[in-house]
Structures are given as structure tokens and as C-alpha cells.
Design a protein around this ligand. Structure first.
Ligand SMILES: [Zn+2]
Length: 374
């Protein structure tokens, strides 16, 4: 009996020692459940969608998004010709005027007149006018590198020396550049080998580079973007759509290491993170924790005058909530392109706050304009 109780004592003390050892271990970063948000917190946390296209003067969409605590970077893209470009700028500034405390504007410039000797001067003047109206960023789009050709029929790439004075001007003025350059890597694959982007290229064969082998390769697009960034180290650059490195968090991490001032945003590429996390959940989670200061949340949502604001907010909210559950909780997330649901990453609260707001505020200059000044 005595022996037995001595054995018990030894076992108990061993257990106690082990427990002490376990509790002496530092907790895994951000693994404490109390440190993460819930689905319900979605309506309590201030958020910024850094990639929105609100192409209507109607102020109601932004008004309705107050309930979701979303503010916006409203991006103008030159994808449909000069008249449409004029209207898009007009709508973007109308949104800014209606909601100076909830909207920021990224303007853009047309490539028309590229071959004229005064193109650079005119473009700088055009952009300066948009800054005078309140734009804080400039969008460059994939038409540079994939569509626009000079008078000799040569595709103009983003590292073209003729663009250097524009980027120098923007760097000097502290205007940020949002670059959608190149496309997802799947764009260079046949449709049947695509996983996440089949729908888009199925309906946009003009941008499906696999069908256009004479066009620059994926690597050409990425290296042109990198060479532009090397030439302009002071430029405040945000890589749209995860910097077109959506297919590999390893490659994306290498890119962020090479360009320490650059950030990337998630627009229309959360699904690519989800695909990677379906293969290796912890790898994607570790990546987002490691680069928590370098990633901003964006969706690529579009709002036009043809959709009612109620319908537009319903669509946006579905996407926002699904993404919130993926980043903030450990719920199963349905992903249209995948057979099995993906488990949410349940990132630590602080990381979620950085991705959803703090990084965007830092990158885009701190705060939205104070409504009382207007
Ligand atoms: Zn977009």
C-alpha cells in the first residue's frame, strides 16, 4: 500500500512537473482562441476595402456599407475608352464628395497620345488635376503590358523608360500607385488545367494568354513590374491582386522581402489563398502572420447605376462575410471552385485588424478626410 502510494506520488509529481513544463512554454503566436474574432464581430470591427469600383454617383451603396463598417478605396480603371474613363472619374469624385470620410479615390491616366512628344507632360497635368480633386493614388492596369501598343505595334510594358517621369512625379508627390500588372499565373494555362480562374478566362478569351503565345509570358510581366520597382525605390506601390503572385505564398513572400516598402492587396485572389490553405492550412496562416504588415484586404467589387444599392450591398456583404469568416474564424468556408470547404485561418485579432484596416490607413496616408472640412 505504502509502495503504491509512493508510486502514485511520483506519478502525480511527474504530471505536475510536466504540466508546469507545458505551461512554461510560450503560447504559439496567435493560437489562443480568445485572441480571435467571431463571425458576429464582423459588424463591430472597422474595415477598409482597398479595391472597389463604385461607378455611380448614387451615394447609397457607401451609405449602406456603414452597417458593415466598411470604407473604400474607389479605383478608376482605364478599361473601356475615353468617354467611360471620364464618367468613371466623375463618379469616383462624386462618391468622394458625398462621403469624404468613407471614400478615397485612386485615379488613372489614358494611354492615348502615347506617341506624341508631349504625352508625359499632358499625363502629369491630367493626374495633377485629379490630385487637386482629392485623389490620393493612381491605378495602373494590365492594359500596360497586355493591350496597349505604340505606333510601331510594340506592346508598352510597365518598365518602359517613357513612364519613368510619371512614376518619379508620383513618388515625389507621395502619391501611391496601385498596380494590376500581368494576370494570375493560370492565365497562361489551358482552361482545363486551371483551378481557380476558369470562369473568367472562359468568358474573356482576349485576356487568356495561353491562346496568344506571341504575347509576353507570365515571367515577362512579373519581371517588367519588378524592374519598374527597382528603378523607383521611393514609389509607394501596392500590388493589386496579391501582386499577381497569387499562386504561391512562398513567391509572394520573396517579392515582399525584395521590395520592403511594397504592400499587396487581396482583391479577387482570396480564393487563391484558400486553395493554398486547402493544401497546407498552416503554411498560409504562417505567411499571413509573418507578413501581417504588408497585406491589405480588397475585393474588386463593382457597383454600377444599373444595380440597386440594396442588391449591390447584398452581393458585397456575402463576399465580405465569407472572407471575414476565412481570415478571422475557424469555420468551414465554401469556395465555388473547390469540392471541399476550406477551414478558416482564425488569425489573431491584431493581424486581422492590420489586414482589414491598419495597413491601408498607413499606406494611404493615415486617415480618410474629415467630413467637417467639406
Ligand atoms: Zn479591379
Amino acid at each position: 500500500m505504502k509502495t503504491l502510494s509512493r508510486v502514485t506520488m511520483v506519478v502525480v509529481s511527474c504530471v505536475l512537473v510536466t504540466m508546469e513544463l507545458v505551461s512554461a512554454q510560450p503560447p504559439l503566436p496567435g493560437n489562443e482562441p480568445a485572441e480571435s474574432f467571431t463571425t458576429e464581430d464582423y459588424y463591430r470591427v472597422d474595415k477598409i476595402d482597398v479595391h472597389a469600383h463604385i461607378r455611380t454617383e448614387d451615394p447609397r451603396f457607401v451609405e449602406l456599407a456603414k452597417r458593415d463598417r466598411f470604407r473604400f478605396v474607389n479605383i478608376v480603371t482605364d478599361s473601356s475608352g475615353p468617354e467611360e474613363l471620364r464618367q468613371r472619374h466623375f463618379a469616383a469624385f462624386a462618391q468622394l464628395k458625398a462621403h469624404p470620410d468613407r471614400v478615397m479615390v485612386a485615379s488613372t491616366f489614358p494611354m492615348d497620345g502615347w506617341d506624341e512628344p508631349d504625352w508625359q507632360e499632358k499625363t502629369i497635368r491630367f493626374l495633377d488635376e485629379t490630385f487637386a480633386k482629392g485623389a490620393v493614388a493612381v491605378k495602373v492596369w494590365k492594359n500596360i503590358g497586355m493591350v496597349f501598343r505604340d505606333k510601331d505595334g510594340k506592346l508598352v510594358m510597365i518598365d518602359d523608360p517613357k513612364l519613368d517621369p510619371i512614376f518619379d512625379h508620383l513618388a515625389q508627390k507621395g502619391i501611391r500607385v496601385i498596380g494590376h500588372l500581368g494576370e494570375p499565373r493560370e492565365c497562361w494555362l489551358p482552361v482545363e488545367r486551371m483551378v481557380m480562374h476558369r470562369g473568367y478566362y472562359g468568358s474573356h478569351p482576349e485576356y487568356h494568354m495561353y491562346l496568344h503565345p506571341e504575347m509576353p509570358s507570365y515571367e515577362d510581366q512579373i519581371s517588367a513590374r519588378d524592374s519598374m520597382l527597382q528603378k523607383h525605390p521611393d514609389l509607394q506601390f501596392a500590388g493589386a491582386h496579391l501582386g499577381s503572385l497569387e499562386w504561391s505564398v512562398d513567391k509572394l513572400g520573396d517579392f515582399l522581402d525584395r521590395f520592403p516598402k511594397v504592400i499587396v492587396e487581396t482583391a479577387a485572389r482570396v480564393r487563391d489563398l484558400q486553395y493554398q490553405s486547402s493544401l497546407d492550412h498552416n503554411k498560409v496562416r504562417r505567411f499571413l502572420i509573418k507578413y501581417q504588415d504588408r497585406i491589405a484586404y480588397g475585393t474588386d467589387l463593382g457597383v454600377t447605376a444599373t444595380t440597386t444599392p440594396e442588391r449591390a450591398i447584398e452581393n458585397a456583404r456575402r463576399r465580405w462575410l465569407a472572407d471575414w469568416n476565412y481570415f478571422a474564424t475557424d469555420k468551414p468556408i465554401e469556395v465555388r471552385q473547390l469540392d471541399e470547404p476550406v477551414t478558416g485561418l482564425q488569425l489573431p485579432k491584431r493581424v486581422v485588424e492590420k489586414i482589414y484596416r491598419l495597413n491601408a490607413e498607413r499606406f494611404f496616408g493615415g486617415t480618410f478626410q474629415d467630413a467637417s472640412r467639406h
